[in-house]
Ligand binder design. Structure first.
Ligand SMILES: Cc1cc2nc3c(=O)[nH]c(=O)nc-3n(C[C@H](O)[C@H](O)[C@H](O)COP(=O)(O)O)c2cc1C
Length: 328
């Protein structure tokens, strides 16, 4: 029951977006949304010295670290690292279709080897204080095949995992970019409904194409939880009502100049330790579709080139002040 409640509304892992900085912005608005790190390759996590700007967890719980890999020993080590960093969950990426990821033998191509995935997930169980989960697709290739999906789930659940995030589209591994793979293969939520009937005790979290908060509310009444990606990428301020709408919170958050001030206070000490783009990326889409937004956007990009943080903060503040009614 606890798991179901905590994962009612999840923000999908997104490389280049769900940075520790973005997660901090999300947490200003929602204390309850379940967050994810960007995917990190197991070898990078284990061997690189510069992973802090991907995996830092500044008390952003509840939160999962997502990893990509298929070597049992590495995955076990990654679970230990995630546990040490106080992550609630470690999630195996079995959904990314990119060429680079296929070359490294992880991501969506692993759906073709369910036994290997089961063993990976088993290896990731290190103790009862860190949950193990998977994020997968509903199949590989152009055709829907429910039996293939069901057989995959049958096998991987033998690892003992209780949480499965499903991007309810096939992955097409040849000739499609990751972006195509998020748009072109049709959605099929029916597979998730059907597998849930077979496994009522497993939490199946629905992902893919949930592009309004109203859709998220409606679907969350049917599924154990929902996961949204691009909706938050395009408009992080959507998170302001989540605690009220999904978790019986008391009152909604109001986006104001304080939101920007709080966010800039968080990133200021990090200036110089990461690119200006990563530090500001969670705010860069807020101008989209807002009247005169283009003018703000041009101003922001000009000042990013000159690294003028004081001016950048000023522009974001005036945007939020001027558009307060529109964004709330
Ligand atoms: C920019 C971007 C980066 C992504 N990176 C990841 C990733 O690191 N791991 C992953 O499992 N999915 C990744 N995804 C896929 C999302 O998690 C999600 O499954 C997909 O966008 C469908 O959900 P949506 O329709 O709500 O956006 C990414 C998506 C986007 C837009």
């Amino acid at each position: 029951m606890k798991d179901v409640l905590e994962r009612k509304f999840c923000v999908a892992p997104m490389m280049g977006y769900t940075t520790p900085y973005a997660r901090n912005l999300y947490r200003i608005m929602s204390k309850k949304a379940f967050l994810f790190s960007e995917m990190i390759a197991t070898k990078t996590l284990i061997h690189s010295k510069n992973t802090h700007s991907i995996i830092a967890n500044d008390n952003q719980n509840p939160i999962a670290m997502q990893v990509g890999g298929s070597d049992y020993h590495d995955l076990k080590k990654c679970s230990n690292i995630a546990y040490e960093l106080n992550y609630n969950e470690i999630n195996l990426n079995v959904g990314c279709p990119s060429k680079a990821v296929q070359k490294g033998s992880f991501g969506a191509c692993l759906m073709q080897d369910k036994n290997l995935v089961k063993n990976c997930l088993s290896a990731m169980h290190i103790n009862k204080n860190i949950e193990v989960s998977i994020k997968c697709r509903i199949g590989i290739g152009r055709n829907f095949n429910y039996d293939y999906f069901e057989e995959f789930i049958d096998e991987i659940l033998k690892s003992g995992i209780k949480i499965v995030y499903v991007h309810a589209r096939n992955a097409i591994l040849n000739g499609f970019s990751p972006k195509d793979n998020r748009n072109i293969p049709p959605l099929n939520y029916g597979f998730v409904s059907k597998i849930k009937q077979k496994y009522p005790d497993i939490n199946f979290i629905l992902n893919g194409g949930i592009d309004t908060i109203q859709k998220a509310i409606d679907l969350s009444k049917i599924y154990d939880g929902i996961m949204v990606g691009r909706l938050i990428q395009n408009n992080p301020f959507c998170l302001k009502n989540i605690d009220t709408l999904f978790f019986n919170g008391q009152s909604s958050y109001k986006v104001s100049e304080d939101t920007i001030i709080e966010y800039f206070n968080y990133i200021k000490p990090k200036i110089g330790t990461d690119s200006i783009y990563r530090l500001l990326s969670p705010l860069l889409n807020i101008f989209f579709g807002v009247a005169n937004g283009k003018k703000f956007k041009i101003d922001i990009h000009t000042n990013m080139k000159s690294n003028n943080f004081a001016k950048l903060e000023e522009i974001f503040l005036s945007f939020v002040k001027e558009k307060s009614l529109l964004i709330n």
